[in-house]
Ligand binder design. Structure first.
Ligand code: GDP
Length: 200
């Protein structure tokens, strides 16, 4: 399940400009600041491969990265910028929804959820939308190393609360993985999970 090689393929402004071949792909989705870049870079373990573009709110681009010449990791624009206007948010949703309705090669969405904070409405809105549209999802909880002292809940409590909130929108509960890009927790599990889904 190792990642030996990652190659940036292209940035697409529209779903229909995405690469046209039959390699399987995983789309990475999450709120801005959820820890997406950190997680992707820890999967690849090479500092020089920037798997995400860091231009909050500005670039609405779908970035395709080819892994081991055989499957794609797709970096989708983040959602939930605190200062984004209503118009910008609508724009995000039509753009990203366009992607989901056009990719037959999509194996699953890895939906990143910050486990160090209580469930956020925008995350379960997104997760419910994916569930209702029967798009396969794996929940990837990030920042699981952040143990709260005193005030606030622990990552496992936040995760449990989140799972309960989304339950009714899924016929089957999606798989989920706890990760930390600080300790490396969940890294191998996530790589194995993706390789199993590809061969399914
Ligand atoms: P992105 O905007 O989703 O790409 O998020 P980044 O990867 O840039 O991370 C956002 C912030 O969260 C940064 O300050 C990171 O150092 C921090 N962060 C990311 N992943 C983890 C993690 O697993 N554990 C902890 N404790 N902090 C993290």
């Amino acid at each position: 399940a190792r990642i030996k090689e990652v190659e940036f393929v292209k940035s697409s402004g529209r779903a229909k400009d995405c690469p046209k071949d039959d390699r399987p792909e995983f789309a990475i989705l999450g709120r801005s600041n959820v820890g997406k870049s950190s997680l992707l870079n820890s999967l690849v373990r090479k500092k020089e491969v920037a798997l995400t573009s860091k231009k909050p709110g500005k670039t609405q681009l779908i970035n395709h990265f080819l892994v081991n010449k055989s499957w794609y990791i797709v970096d989708l624009p983040g959602y939930g910028f605190a200062r984004a206007s209503q118009a910008a948010r609508m724009d995000w949703s039509s753009f990203t929804k366009g992607y989901f309705s056009n990719r037959d090669t999509l194996v699953a969405v890895l939906l990143l959820i910050d486990a160090s904070v209580p469930p956020q409405k925008i995350d379960f809105d997104c997760s419910n939308w994916l569930g209702r549209n029967n798009i396969p999802v794996t929940f990837v909880f990030t920042k699981c190393d952040k143990m709260k002292m005193g005030k606030g809940k622990r990552p496992d409590e936040n995760i449990k609360e989140f799972q309960e909130l989304i339950r009714k929108n899924y016929r089957q509960h999606p798989p989920w993985i706890m990760t930390s890009s600080v300790t490396g927790l969940g890294r191998d599990e996530l790589l194995l999970h993706m390789s199993q889904l590809r061969n399914y």
